[in-house]
Design a protein around this ligand. Structure first.
Ligand code: UD1
Length: 395
């Protein structure tokens, strides 16, 4: 019973890690004649040690069984390269199920390669983190989300908005399962180890006395005027406190190419300190202890919500509305003045401890229970029993 699990880019690793653990736990808790055999495929969309290798160690993930080495390129080149290489893996492995996570190019490319196989070879396609919508089709991730959902057989949803969107788009309710958030499974499983990180003293900051910044979206960092506008919105904050900025490789390249290095000079008592992309445990420690997080990432909006840390999102929209509804996150847009307002608002806000439904560290267990009911329909598995049992075994 082969289950291919695909990862490609940094945010995929924390979503897939608990699923791999849950499969192992499921196999040891149930004595099937045919256990589920997870096969981890890494497309190589992210390939730097800092963007990929470091995460495998922190998340205690097994090394990939298959590495496709697709690398960077235009969206068409990257997607096509992954499809070509992944189709060969599908034909060779003949899996019963394919699990893709998130909304990156690897997610769509692998789901599409599988969906176009002849019916006798086509695996069950499951999408983890289905149904999120920003309603902004200029975002490559929005295209990836919509198309992956349309060609998936089983759709795992992290928040209630996902249920509504999928049904509005005509996906039958029976295919959709509201299971919670596997990225939050990882966060909960790693919090204790993250507390041991020495990253704060290494970067010369103390708890709640610094802000954390990430920026990498093409819309924010590829155009000089847009990038400068955002950096101007951060100037007041950076004048009074240290802003730690682990910069994505694409952002570092843009800063060099656009000649923006002067924005990152150290300042008395503050300034924006650009540092390398951080490994997962160090980054989790930085998020957890920050006074404020400013970001254009999707996942960080969710992680700060789970941690109760105020977040300012430098975008006009979000596909994760539950983070706004619970008050931990505000949408600040991308103009200097609106970013300043968002920062002022969040600096005045207290830590929040409201948690979205089912963000309880058991999402991966629910996913594997649903998958088992599809792959082994003669032996029904009760969702919550299996989720709890697997969480115990995965410890
Ligand atoms: C991708 C995802 C985005 C996700 C982000 C997290 C898509 C469409 N986008 O964006 O949703 O939030 O990952 O990091 O899939 N690069 C390196 N080393 C690497 C990876 C990338 O130097 O290991 C540089 C390359 O110059 C590359 C550029 O970053 O051209 C963009 O990489 P790519 O994977 O295409 O998209 P991301 O911006 O990382």
């Amino acid at each position: 019973m082969k289950v291919l699990v695909v990862v490609g880019a940094r945010p995929n690793f924390m979503k897939a890690a608990p699923i791999l653990k849950a499969i192992r736990a499921f196999n040891s808790a149930h004595e099937w004649s045919e256990p589920m055999e997870p096969i981890l495929v890494h497309t190589g969309q992210h390939y730097d040690a800092q963007m990929s290798d470091a995460f495998f160690a922190d998340l205690e993930m097994p090394q990939p069984d298959v590495f496709l080495g697709a690398g960077s390129g235009s969206h068409a080149e990257q997607t096509a390269e992954i499809m070509k290489r992944f189709e060969r893996v599908l034909l060779e492995q003949k899996p019963q199920a394919l699990l893709v996570v998130g909304d990156v190019n690897s997610t769509l490319a692998c789901a599409l390669a599988a969906a176009k196989l002849p019916p006798r070879l086509k695996p069950l396609i499951a999408h983890v983190e289905a149904g999120l919508r920003s309603f902004d089709r200029a975002m490559p991730e929005e295209i990836n989300r919509i198309l992956t959902d349309q060609i998936s057989d089983v759709l795992f949803v992290t928040e209630e908005s996902g249920l509504r969107h999928l049904q509005t788009e005509g996906i039958p309710r029976a295919k959709i399962h509201f299971v919670g958030n596997t990225m939050i499974d990882t966060l909960r499983a790693c919090e204790t180890r993250a507390d041991l990180s020495t990253v704060l003293p290494r970067l010369g900051v103390t708890k709640r006395e610094y802000a954390l910044l990430t920026l990498h979206r093409a819309a924010n960092v590829d155009d000089r005027d847009s990038f400068v506008e955002i950096l101007s919105g951060l100037r007041d904050l950076a004048a009074t406190q240290r802003v730690i900025f682990p910069a994505h490789p694409r952002t570092q390249k843009q800063i060099r190419d656009l000649g923006l290095e002067s924005f990152f000079a150290p300042a008395q008592g503050g300034g924006i300190a650009m540092v390398a992309p951080q490994p997962y445990l160090d980054f989790l420690c930085l998020m957890k202890n920050a006074r404020l997080v400013i970001t254009d990432s999707g996942g960080i909006q969710e992680e700060t919500t789970a941690l109760g840390v105020p977040c300012v999102t430098v975008r006009d929209n979000t596909e994760r509305p539950v983070t706004i509804e619970l008050g931990s996150n505000v949408l600040a847009g991308t103009r200097c003045e609106t970013i300043r307002q968002g920062i002022r608002l969040q600096l005045a806000s207290r830590l929040k401890n409201a948690m979205p439904p089912l963000w309880d560290g058991r999402a991966a267990g629910r996913i594997i229970a649903v998958l088992a009911n599809h792959l082994l329909p003669l032996v029904p598995v009760h969702l919550e029993d299996a989720a709890g049992q697997m969480q115990e075994n995965a410890r």
